[in-house]
Design a protein around this ligand. Sequence first.
Ligand code: SF4
Length: 64
Amino acid sequence: MKVKIDYDLCMGDRNCNKVCPDVFQYDEDQLLSTVLVDVVPAHLEDAVRKAARECAPGAIIVEE
Ligand code: SF4
């Protein structure tokens, strides 16, 4: 699984970082979340799906 963030949509509410901090880091300077990994480790895939579901503007793009 791969994941990326659409920065035209991200509103920087930090929810993805709270749901899965091993994959989504919050950038305090830019007030946006960034993706820390190229490939999502298998044990974090469900957390990434949950973060994508909960991202209000739909900015998290998951490639299964
Ligand atoms: S949950 Fe979505 S809108 Fe919020 S910081 Fe993460 S990518 Fe951006």
